[in-house]
Ligand binder design. Structure first.
Ligand code: AMP
Ligand code: ZN
Length: 114
């Protein structure tokens, strides 16, 4: 059994507040939302950080962004807009070591991020 929190969501050991799922990707609401809409899009395959990406993952990353597009429509924020962020390692602010794309929407975002 994996010790990875997000792998446990993929396997069903922990039930996330799911908003989207296909063969390769799962998306759910962040437990500590930083915006009115805060979703996390993860690959079902365990990849710890962006540094662990391989060439064979190229289409998987594309599928994660296509999921964001579908979720934005579902959440009704496609036109108002949203931000996607993927944090890497400690300076990037990564706390869960299974890559995930944050999607934040429902308020104006600041730039640069803190
Ligand atoms: P990061 O800091 O980029 O690694 O993001 C990890 C995210 O996972 C944070 O925004 C957390 O709030 C979120 N998170 C942690 N545990 C859970 C959980 N059980 N369900 C949903 N989101 C979670
Ligand atoms: Zn994992």
């Amino acid at each position: 059994m994996s010790e990875c929190l997000f792998c446990k969501m993929v396997s069903g050991e922990i039930a996330p507040d799911k908003v989207y799922e296909d063969d390769d990707v799962l998306a759910f609401r962040d437990i500590s939302p930083q915006a009115p809409h805060h979703l996390l899009v993860i690959p079902k395959e365990h990849i710890a950080t962006l540094n662990d990406l391989e060439a064979r993952h190229a289409s998987l990353l594309g599928k994660m962004y296509l999921a964001v597009k579908a979720i934005a429509k579902q959440e009704g924020v496609s036109e108002s807009g949203y931000r996607t962020v993927m944090n890497c390692n400690s300076d990037g602010g990564q706390t869960v070591y299974h890559i995930h794309l944050h999607m934040l929407a429902g308020r104006g975002m600041q730039w640069p991020p803190g």
